[in-house]
Design a protein around this ligand. Structure first.
Ligand SMILES: *[C@@H]1O[C@H](CO)[C@@H](O)[C@H](O)[C@H]1NC(C)=O
Ligand SMILES: *[C@@H]1O[C@H](CO)[C@@H](O)[C@H](O)[C@H]1NC(C)=O
Ligand SMILES: *[C@@H]1O[C@H](CO)[C@@H](O)[C@H](O)[C@H]1NC(C)=O
Ligand SMILES: *[C@@H]1O[C@H](CO)[C@@H](O)[C@H](O)[C@H]1NC(C)=O
Ligand SMILES: *[C@@H]1O[C@H](CO)[C@@H](O)[C@H](O)[C@H]1NC(C)=O
Length: 480
């Protein structure tokens, strides 16, 4: 618009065009006023802050101006658990649930034992699933437990608590959600359309076994409200139609497919169908907001020297300050020593005694094992790097210890938890990184735009501490 105005003003000055010009300039100015006024209104509306820096919203501009941006109050969590598993798992739900902020319910097979009564108000309200025996198809059901779990969506809907709800989000009692990032991801989509959003499993065989076109429920998935409405009308019929299907998530994908809706993939949902030490996986996340983690009981604790519940509460300390950067990888180089630094924000720092490009370091180090034992590779839906004993290839590992909020930004600290026990990398200058014990990472207070990689610089003066400073990448910056 400004461009066309400029053209008008610089056109040749014949009498007719001059008159025309005048009108166009007047109209143009009126339009500019209107736009500025309108912009100001929506801009002011978006200026709210709270303790979590993520809530300085940047997604507002993607939405229609008259409709408020999606926030946490528009999400309804439908969580499923069982009285059997609750003792070990309540800590995982407690780590992310925000009492009086997050909305939703957790559904159980039976009333929990007295040990868990009265039910804590810091947890989602407890509901007990309806008895399945009233269904005509009951005797033919292949997996009654899963059918019970599946009907939680319908039972939640019937509670009539859905005022202003835009999305249903389902998860297990051992799913951990990063709810600010969930809001960020869902606000990309039009909640008045039918959407089914989630991710498949990390393991090829899991997807092959069930479906490549289904969201795995431990990582959680989201259904827009119009889709929920269509689904609940059909849900019991669909159970009849597919009574022979074993897995609830598979059943869900079939029911939704029959409603004409297929899965939209979002890389931040993690079913975590992996075994063992997942530190390699958590150190090279996709560049996408981290939405969920799952399966804490089949992996070793997330941090060395901690137990499982402790390690989940520990990772949430960083997440509670800035979810937008959680597990996001930034890579920078110290040319004077031929070192490469890689941070996975809020989790780990790696130092390599060699210059590696980002194209290589974004592959996870295969510290973990596949979900299905035996067989031959390929196992995973992503490429990996091998664990190495080569001093030029193996990183020094540092793990997240603390977070401090400063005036200008946030500082996360990472400490060496075990020595590397290797010589230094001779071919790239033989400069050992062994003296380093602590890495401090400065990040700006503004949230990281969801799908953008951040660059960094390293300050190191030869002592035991190095500083990394995250910043926007320069135009055409090469991370190699
Ligand atoms: C979320 O959006 C609704 C509008 O639908 C608004 O009334 C509410 O104040 C917002 N909540 C927060 C925490 O911003
Ligand atoms: C939630 O809100 C209720 C009433 O508004 C209040 O009594 C209760 O203490 C709050 N709970 C928490 C955990 O903040
Ligand atoms: C179904 O759930 C019941 C009660 O929670 C449990 O005892 C049973 O082992 C479960 N069955 C299967 C096949 O998982
Ligand atoms: C960095 O490594 C290269 C070989 O990859 C080597 O030629 C160069 O001398 C090294 N530089 C320093 C400062 O050690
Ligand atoms: C490489 O560095 C180590 C100390 O990190 C030193 O002991 C060794 O002698 C060095 N090797 C060469 C060939 O310079």
């Amino acid at each position: 618009m400004l461009l066309s105005l400029y053209n008008v003003m610089s056109s040749p000055p014949s009498y007719h065009t001059k008159v025309l010009c005048k009108y166009r300039v007047i109209i143009g100015v009126a339009v500019i006023f209107f736009v500025l006024f309108f912009f100001n209104q929506t801009y002011l509306k978006s200026q709210y802050f709270d303790s979590n820096i993520f809530t300085i919203k940047y997604q507002e501009r993607l939405l229609q101006p008259k409709e408020a941006a999606t926030n946490l109050s528009h999400l309804m969590f439908v969580l499923v658990g069982s009285s059997r598993t609750w003792r070990d798992r309540k800590v995982y739900l407690g780590s992310w649930w925000r009492p009086n902020v997050t909305r939703g319910n957790i559904f159980f097979d039976v009333e929990p034992s007295e040990e868990f009564q009265p039910w804590s108000p810091a947890l989602p309200p407890l509901k007990v699933n309806e008895d399945l025996k009233k269904l005509k198809i009951y005797p033919k059901l292949t997996n009654r437990n899963h059918t019970r779990i599946y009907r939680s969506i319908l039972e939640n809907y019937r509670l009539k608590q859905d005022e202003d709800v835009r999305w249903y989000v389902t998860g297990d009692d051992d799913s951990v959600f990063f709810v600010d990032n969930m809001v960020d991801v869902l606000s990309k989509y039009d909640h008045t359309e039918k959407h089914y959003i989630g991710m498949f499993s990390e393991t090829i065989k899991s997807n092959f076994h069930f479906s490549f076109d289904m969201a795995f429920g431990g990582g959680g998935y989201a259904l827009s409200y119009p889709l929920v409405k269509a689904l609940v009308e059909e849900l019991d019929n669909c159970i009849e139609r597919y009574h022979y299907i074993w897995a609830v998530d598979h059943l869900q994908s079939l029911c939704l497919a029959d409603l004409g809706v297929d899965l939209s993939l979002e890389k931040g949902f993690h079913q975590m169908d992996l075994y063992g030490d997942i530190s390699g996986f958590l150190s090279s996340q996709p560049t996408a907001p981290l939405v969920s983690l799952h399966h804490f009981e089949t992996v070793t604790p997330l941090f060395p020297g901690m137990d499982r519940p402790g390690s989940v509460n520990h990772i949430m300390k960083a997440a509670n300050v800035d979810q937008s950067r959680m597990l996001q990888q930034s890579i920078c180089h110290v040319r004077a020593c031929n070192w490469t630094f890689s941070v996975s924000w809020g989790y780990s720092v790696h130092i390599y005694e060699k210059i590696f490009p980002r194209g290589y370091l974004k592959l996870p180090i295969e510290t973990f094992r596949p979900w299905w034992h035996g067989g031959r590779p390929p196992f995973y839906m992503f490429n990996t790097r091998p664990v190495s004993r080569d001093p030029c290839e193996a990183p020094h590992w540092f793990f997240f210890v603390s977070i401090e909020q400063e005036k200008e930004g946030v500082v996360t600290s990472y400490k060496r938890k075990f020595p590397r026990n290797m010589a230094s990398c001779f071919f790239s200058g033989n400069t050992s990184a062994d003296p380093l014990t602590t890495i401090r990472v400065f990040s700006p207070k503004t949230p990281k735009p969801g799908r953008k990689v951040e660059c960094c610089d390293v300050e190191y003066e030869g002592a035991n501490v190095a500083y990394m400073r995250l910043r926007d990448c320069r135009r055409h910056e090469i991370i190699a």
